[in-house]
Design a protein around this ligand. Sequence first.
Ligand SMILES: [Ca+2]
Ligand SMILES: [Ca+2]
Ligand SMILES: [Ca+2]
Length: 274
Amino acid sequence: MLKRVSLILVAMLLSVASSARPANADILYTGSTIVQDFDSLGTSTLTNYFSATVGMQSALPGTTGFDGTKLGGSGTSGPNFFADNGSLPTGGMYSLGATGSNERALGLLASATNIMGYGFRMVNNSTSTVTEFTVSFTQENWRSSTSVVNTMVASYSFDQTISAASYLTAATGFNFVTALDLVGPAPVTSNGALDGNNLSNQVFRTFTFTNLNWAPGEQFFLRWHDTNDAGSDANLAIDNMEISFVKAIPEPGTGMALALMAVTGLIGWRRRHV
Ligand SMILES: [Ca+2]
Ligand SMILES: [Ca+2]
Ligand SMILES: [Ca+2]
């Protein structure tokens, strides 16, 4: 009886320990195109949403699969998840959109205090091997920079040993994919908010991963890292991400082989009987 009680206690403690950090939900590929419009990120700032500890990941609100973390900076309190329209100059991660509007995009602005990164883990939850997929999104510029063009660097991994709990800061196993970098507008003397929903402040980005052998159950990671640049930094965002897939053509199965034999046999019979 005592043994059973202690087992129950251990199970309860384990469940408490595992629920301490927001769960890392994955984007699941089940055979269809995946879309993310970020319109559920919210319109209110979430104070100290992220951990002050570099590399401690938090699931982003209102998204499936997206996580964020602090990459660096001198700040000792947990960074906010800001809701803003590009007016704020503060380093952190942002739900960007017109004030009060539910049409949002996911942005980053780095400072000496907080440098952030975000990304997602995607798992092939289908029964097919994927040979090719395309990641596309709209880059939205919500705030300009003063000294240099700001870039948010994209990197990806098909490494099956990368941990879902620490992929945003993994030092090895990732490759750069410059086509998916967010490259900001030319610097201006006095920077400020931009309307990221205006076409003049948008860039379409797309990249196709080819010659893949992405099998059922395998993982894929894509992440963006911000940098604290000289001068005042830009706030650049992703909106309307889409991932579309090409599946492997299956080997002719037994049914197909039998059908081919039947057709061949029929042609042979016709030849012999015409
Ligand atoms: Ca949106
Ligand atoms: Ca938008
Ligand atoms: Ca920057």
